[in-house]
Design a protein around this ligand. Structure first.
Ligand SMILES: [Zn+2]
Length: 136
């Protein structure tokens, strides 16, 4: 019974991490359950091959379940995140008109934000002061 609670907690934890990285939680939960129960069964089978007593056989099963749980954690943690936080910033590069406060570098053409008010962030070229038109 305690084992089932542990498996539910681990499945939910791995599923939540998968969702945070942009994956479906279903396959991750299935993988967690299969690794846990599969390695537990392998542990029991190995235990049966070396002992006739219940204690050592159950112990091998528990060791197998723990290895399965750790494997599922490692696999879930190593998932590559599908979320790209700066995907919205890339599209703004297509516009050729600088927004208010932005300026283009004359040397390399990089678009500089207003807070890069001295030099180009890319090549270090000085900001072209004569190109700044007065507002209004
Ligand atoms: Zn530049």
């Amino acid at each position: 019974m305690l084992e089932i609670i542990g498996l539910i907690f681990l499945s939910r934890r791995n599923g939540r991490v998968a969702v945070e990285k942009g994956y479906n939680k279903g396959p991750i939960i299935v993988m967690t359950v299969v690794l846990w129960i599969g390695l537990e069964l392998i542990g029991v089978i190995l235990g049966l091959s070396v002992s006739d007593e219940l204690g050592p056989i159950l112990f091998c099963g528990i060791i197998g379940a723990i290895i399965g749980a750790i494997l599922s954690l490692i696999i879930t943690n190593s998932l590559q995140s599908k979320n790209t936080p700066d995907s919205a910033a890339v599209s703004s590069n297509s516009t050729a008109v600088p927004l208010k406060g932005q300026w283009f570098c004359e040397n390399c053409g990089a678009k500089n934000a207003i807070f890069d008010d001295e030099k180009c962030f890319k090549c270090g070229e000085l900001k072209p002061q004569q190109r700044v038109e007065p507002l209004g």
